[in-house]
Ligand binder design. Structure first.
Ligand code: NI
Length: 192
């Protein structure tokens, strides 16, 4: 089932995300809904808070980019309770990113070139891997969502200034995109 995407400014994107345990209600359906939503919106990754669920679940499918990056062929990952470690002395690269929760804005973000990741798959089997390049970037972006961080938090101050008005409008519910969204609730002005 395709779910609406929660948009920049909505508090669910800034709320803590809980670890997933085997008794998590409707886990398989939740993951399926995340996939359906991601494919319907042409995303390459999605984190549970983006569909309004504060749990540590990510789904990634970068196969569609394998024409340009053959190493991404058939790469589809469900990450439950992912933990990333980075070598902070390690190399970073810059590349443009976007986000389903921030439609229309694309900005350069620095990311670590190489990461180590530990996670559970949808059957709660543990995995670990050393990952580099574009997939490492996508994983860092999605795992940021699980820590209430959005890519616009990581752009340069000057670029942030340039997109500030558009972000403020988004947070007020002015969003231009062709998928269903949930914007931040309107707070009535305090009386007085
Ligand atoms: Ni995102």
């Amino acid at each position: 089932m395709v779910l609406p995407v929660y948009i920049y400014g909505h508090p669910v994107l800034r709320a803590p995300n809980r670890d997933v345990t085997p008794d998590f209600p409707n886990l398989a359906q939740t993951i399926q809904n995340m996939k359906d939503t991601m494919y319907a919106t042409d995303g390459i990754g999605i984190a549970a808070p983006q569909v309004g669920i504060n749990a540590r679940i990510v789904y990634i499918d970068v196969d569609q980019l394998s024409k340009d990056m053959p190493e991404l062929k058939d790469v589809r990952l469900t990450l439950i309770n992912p933990e990333i470690t980075v070598d902070e002395t390690g190399k970073t690269t810059t590349r443009e990113e976007g986000c389903l929760s921030i439609p229309g804005i694309h900005e350069n973000v620095d990311r670590y070139e190489k990461i180590h990741i530990e996670y559970l798959d949808e059957n709660f089997q543990p995995h670990q891997a050393d990952i580099e390049g574009f997939l490492a970037r996508v994983i860092q972006h999605e795992c940021d969502h699980l820590q209430q961080t959005l890519f616009v938090d990581r752009i340069s101050p000057i670029r942030k200034q340039l997109v500030r008005a558009r972000l403020a409008n988004m947070a007020k519910g002015k969003v231009n995109c062709d998928y269903r969204v949930v914007t931040a609730p309107r707070h009535p002005k305090p009386k007085k």
